[in-house]
Design a protein around this ligand. Sequence first.
Ligand code: SAH
Length: 491
Amino acid sequence: MTVYLVGAGPGDPGLLTVRGAEVLARADVVIYDRLSVASLLELAPPDAERISVGKAPGGEGVSQDDINALLIERGRAGGTVVRLKGGDPFVFARGGEEAAALLGAGVPFEVVPGVTSAVAVPAYAGVPLTQRGLATSFTVVTGHEDPWAATETDWDAVARVGGTIVILMGVATRAEIARRLVAAGLDGATPAVAVQWGTRPEQITVRTTLAGLGDAAVAAPATIVIGAVAGLDLAWFEHRPLFGRRVVVTRPAGQASGLSRRLRSVGAEVLEVPSIEITEAADGGAAMLAASASAARYDWVVFTSANAVGRFLSLLPDARDLGPAKVAAVGSATAEELANWRVVADLVPQEFVAEALLAAFPDGPGRILLPQAAGARDVLSSGLRDKGWDVDVVEAYRTEPVPIPPSLAEAARQADAIAFTSSSAVTSYLEAAGRDAIPPVVACIGPVTAATARRLGLDVTAEAVTHDLDGLVAALIRALAPSAERGDPGK
Ligand code: SAH
């Protein structure tokens, strides 16, 4: 039994430490604050208990005494308890009080430091806290003073240090702080930067001066930086091509990550709204099992999706059970999944659609095994038969529509774009969420998906040139950030 006081970082889920991810992955209980990022909670096992102790602005929260008591109680109950705190647990986060309470109660605890917003948020705004010739120190100070606390900030001293001043929790008091710093001798023209929701897709940076800070339009949570370094503008985060854009990803849960990761890395905010799920074949996989047992009797095994690859190859006790059978993949993602199983595709068409695979395929005779989704188009099977092949089609899996909660559909409607990677995703999305839940830009991975979308009345504004996830992301960038295409870093 151990209670881990874990720093979650300032918001970007990538800024959680490896150690933090490791303890979260084996947590039995996660006790988290309001500002915690949902995707970090997903790192905990699905059955881990999740307890929110955060208070909404102006709302009821759990008192620190009650949080301490909860940590002690859960710690004593055994298992792995993770207390997830924004930024670093020992920087303005009352982690010290929690550690002291645990120590007093004899409950073992460990501290997993986090990336503090004091350092990371300025970095994401392109402001280095120290810089040769500009600042040799930085002072991190709270703008929110507890009237009952014995300690009080000596703003005259802070001004005299002469380095960079970083203020957390200072939005409400910024005008008064600026006044005190000027009274202490700082020049009103000293550069200042306020960064709201730093490191998150909603990040807003306001560049001003000490004199202008009080009137700067900024809301909490924000990190304020005052000093010569605040005059530097090495911004990069907000210049990524899809920064500030929200994209709906409709891939099945568990498969969304590849597309979501790519979109986030170019700055987009991703809203995952799975419209289909992958389920077992209707016969429970019996036909696949039988086909896999006789795989070596085929001349070719043809895969039209990564799903089919995974389902088929997981049934082979030994990769060599494929025997002399050659392997074809419809596109790069399917070929990559084959490579994950250490099988190199013998044939991948130039264009990642069934028609192109068919065109590239040699003529029969011979035997082909085609494991594919229930209800898949029959272009490939009938085309291969026309080419003289004997084709056994086996149902590898089914795609089932999943319901979309109204709140998610509403959030999707307000997004900038939606990305579809299959016809079934389009059909199911429209059935579950309706036309109203379609944002202005509709992006499709290829001509088949786009044709389905058009047939259902959607205006497809972005179509991938290469029919894979990278091609889809490129199409979204063309549609949403045309200036980035011209090499203009500003949106
Ligand atoms: N332990 C945290 C700080 C908690 S105090 C840490 O080490 O980062 C909360 C204050 O942190 C907020 O009022 C704000 O000043 C700052 N803060 C936290 N997350 C932030 C974010 N994403 N962007 C800007 N400031 C943030």
